[in-house]
Design a protein around this ligand. Sequence first.
Ligand SMILES: Cc1cc2nc3c(=O)[nH]c(=O)nc-3n(C[C@H](O)[C@H](O)[C@H](O)COP(=O)(O)OP(=O)(O)OC[C@H]3O[C@@H](n4cnc5c(N)ncnc54)[C@H](O)[C@@H]3O)c2cc1C
Length: 396
Amino acid sequence: MSPSYDVIVIGLGGMGSAAAHHLSARGARVLGLEKFGPVHNRGSSHGGSRVTRQSYFEDPAYVPLLLRAYELYEDLERATGREIAVLCGGVMVGRPDSRTVAGSLRSALQWDLPHEMLDAGEIRRRFPTLNPDDDEVALYEKKAGLLRPENTVAAHLQLATRQGAELHFEEAMLRWEPYRDGVRVHTAENTYTAGQLVICPGAWAPQLLTDVGVPFTVERQIMYWFQPKGGTARFVPGHHPIYVWEDAAGVQVYGFPAIDGPGRGAKVAFFRKGRVTSPETIDRTVHPHEIRAMADHMSRCIPDLPGTFLKAATCMYTNTPDEHFVIARHPAHPESVTVACGFSGHGFKFVPVVGEILADLALTGTTAHPIGLFDPARPDPRLRSGDGTSTAAASA
Ligand SMILES: Cc1cc2nc3c(=O)[nH]c(=O)nc-3n(C[C@H](O)[C@H](O)[C@H](O)COP(=O)(O)OP(=O)(O)OC[C@H]3O[C@@H](n4cnc5c(N)ncnc54)[C@H](O)[C@@H]3O)c2cc1C
């Protein structure tokens, strides 16, 4: 007889570790299977920091989920004693009609979120490290800040284990199939059965979720750490905010204060524009021309940031055509399978609330959280065109 569980969670990265926590907290017998070790750097949830913010330029529909996520960051800190969120304040900078500024303001106004609008002079006065053009403005949000991704994953794994979840590392799911009223999952070591399956595969979605009806594209992304000119003193939280900064051409960069001590620098990255890749073929080497391009870009807006290049690391986005997530019951297996994928480079700030939603869906079939935007059958023509993407063309 193969071991039997209430729920099997595939992938124990950001989303899967949160699902394992919330499921086991509700008393479910949980098995988590992860291809690599705990808190690894070969997926999408590493690199020391992630931006979090509430005035969400991507769509105001995300805001209620963010408000809940913020409550859950605190719960997680309290339950584990780990540093999860550093809410040091943040600016969304660009021309007033840029997506970054106008979209953030729209969410702030719609949800009555505390914020301030700063003109270029005010930005320079409040944050002397920043050097906007005269026609650039910022939405300042006091509650924006950063998350610690490795601590967040470790905290969820720790709580899940404490609550009785069985977590197997270095044990990949090879395949699964419907079995009786649930599912059967095969690994190289064993076969397991469960009533419910929750699949959180990150950049492996194009391989594991070919039949959800959304084409996924995996994108190579680079994080850069620079030691600022004059050292990190002016770049610590309280002086230097988190930022998302859109230039006149629509290129967005984002970055962080220096949070890891003197000599460890401050991190910055382009938001999008990475090369299409896959987990098997990603080029993990960061090349001199890439480092130069980032240093050149930053020399305009934060001139003292690109002092000395310290290090860089690669990571993967898993994009949907409209850059909105997929969180739903699996359209082809709605009774027993739940999926969470396609986080399109902006999912980490939602990790704890996604865990809660996945527990709702797996245990009750529904959730009170507003997730209509993440329905794989949403009526967005970009999802159905099949343009420009992916190994996993839509099958439905
Ligand atoms: C450079 C970079 C910067 C980012 N910045 C931000 C930011 O500032 N703010 C923000 O909100 N978001 C940000 N994101 C996005 C965010 O980090 C991701 O959306 C989030 O981490 C995705 O979590 P996940 O659980 O889907 O993927 P992962 O954390 O990668 O987890 C997927 C897991 O599934 C496992 N797996 C895959 N296949 C199998 C299998 N067959 N069997 C068992 N296990 C399997 C993998 O090994 C992996 O551990 C950023 C991402 C990157 C790469």
